[in-house]
Design a protein around this ligand. Structure first.
Ligand SMILES: [Zn+2]
Length: 460
């Protein structure tokens, strides 16, 4: 009798966050990604539900990459009894050290804030996990080398399960996973990067698989194909020549470095004037420094890496961050978070959004319900720290700078599979994006595809 293999979707089903896929192979049980739910409140509340299986029964976790919607639940999983290894690439481990501790700190601060302001239905309000929990989780990490399609090999073999990590171009250390479970091949795309990213190398070709689990963040959209350099130079020059400043909300991991490269390179080429540039995000600063240690999988050489810190003011301390307010000349400020949901970018936003001379330039995916999405949709009044501000600044959304493949790029990548999979599971997208990409797979390629619901379990 054939071995039993089942796959359950415990997140990133009908949403872009909370990636968690459980694989049961006879007596073995492993988890692919262990993400936080983010965005709307009804999604965030899922983080507080007990994990659908006892975490102690999970033998190992495999991470595609470090973004919190793929790794941010780990401290809680460990706290609730998971005691196995967490396998990932070296850069993913290094990034998780930064991200998980920061996430824990935010959780602690938020619980503390709620208790102080009596602003919680739970008394006392507790953090989902603490910095202590995050440090405990980090002790479980074990580093795996990348494999390459031209010389494929399982990075990890565990009983009936083999898992190889292949670079997929999304962020430092990110991979698609080639999982062989009792003779069946399952490929998890992770978040798929793009062929022409500014910083990351193109995704490696996909290996043969029986089943494909593929992301669909931009499954119903195409990035516009304006020239990145020209488009950004034009916006920067328009803003600066009118006496305004630019605020670029950026994801601390990935987009902040890409934007910094773009801006510093435009300046080096003399395409934009010499104005002060600030990177105002301690986490983005740490990640920028980390990039210089992980050369192999991004495009920037040593000189370009150095350019990211030369002539850019890194403001790690709060005092330095506040001092940016006193800069009375046009400036370019990069700050996190990328969807303006929290972090230092909010202080700049409340100061800058009411001045028509300024530009706020978003450079990545804006999840529905976030402040970033509302600004991009053209809302004229926006609430920040319990106060309303009129939006007068120019709002730009450069989603062609996204770290996610668009519909055609996704299709092109899957078409490079040596053969059609028996079935494709379309995940990690808003419902309409996933569904549109499912339709593309079935109508344009004639492949069998479905969009799993949260909690679905399938026998492979
Ligand atoms: Zn990601």
């Amino acid at each position: 009798m054939a071995s039993q293999v089942s796959l359950a979707f415990f997140g990133a089903a009908g949403t872009v966050t909370g990636s968690r896929y459980l694989l049961d192979v006879e007596e073995q049980r492993v988890l692919i990604d262990c993400g936080l739910f983010q965005g709307y409140k009804h999604l965030r509340e899922r983080n507080w539900k007990p994990f659908p299986v006892d975490p102690a029964t999970i033998e190992a976790v495999f991470l595609t990459h470090a973004h919190l919607d793929h790794s941010g639940y780990l401290p809680r999983l460990v706290k609730d009894g998971f005691d196995g290894p967490v396998y990932c690439t070296r850069a993913t481990r290094d990034l998780c050290r930064i991200l998980l501790l920061d996430s824990a700190k935010l959780q602690e601060e938020e619980a503390e804030f709620r208790n102080r302001h009596n602003y919680s239905k739970h008394k006392p309000a507790l953090p989902l996990y603490t910095q202590h929990d995050a440090r405990k989780a980090l002790e479980h990490f074990e580093v795996v080398d990348f494999s390459m399609p031209e010389s494929p090999h399982p990075g990890i073999t565990m009983g009936q399960i083999e898992v190889g990590f292949y670079p997929n171009g999304h962020i430092l250390g990110s991979s698609y996973l080639d999982v062989k479970a009792a003779g069946k091949h399952i490929l998890f795309s992770g978040d798929l990067g793009r062929g022409n990213d500014l910083v990351m190398r193109a995704p490696e070709l996909p290996l043969y698989c029986d089943y494909l689990v593929v992301e669909s963040t931009y499954g119903n959209r195409l990035h516009d194909n304006r020239d990145v350099w020209e488009a950004v130079a034009e916006i920067v020059n328009d803003t600066l020549s009118g006496g305004g400043s630019l605020l670029i909300p950026s994801f601390a991991v990935g987009r902040a470095q890409a934007m910094l490269y773009l801006i510093t390179e435009l300046r080096r080429r003399g395409k934009i004037p010499y104005v002060p540039i600030f990177l105002d995000s301690p986490m983005a600063i740490s990640v920028t420094e980390l990039m210089q240690r992980h050369h192999r999988y991004h495009r920037l050489n040593k000189a370009s890496c150095q350019q990211l810190s030369r002539d850019v003011t890194f403001t790690r301390d709060v005092q330095d961050s506040i001092a940016i307010n006193n800069v009375n000349v046009p400036a370019i400020i990069l700050s996190a978070s990328g969807m303006a949901t929290g972090g230092r970018v909010l202080h700049h936003l409340q100061r800058m959004v009411g001045d028509h001379r300024n530009t706020v330039m978003f450079a990545g995916y804006q999840a529905p319900g976030t402040r970033g999405a509302r600004l991009v949709e053209g809302e004229k009044r926006i609430k920040i720290f319990n106060r309303y501000f009129d939006v007068k600044a120019r709002i730009e959304s450069l989603d062609f700078l996204s770290a996610h493949a668009d519909r055609l790029e996704l299709l092109r990548w899957v078409q490079q599979l040596p053969a059609a999979p028996k079935h494709c599971f379309v995940t990690h997208g808003e419902e309409s994006a996933s569904d549109q990409f499912r339709i593309s797979l079935s109508e344009e390629l004639g492949w069998r595809a479905s969009v799993p619901d949260m909690g679905d379990r399938v026998e492979l």
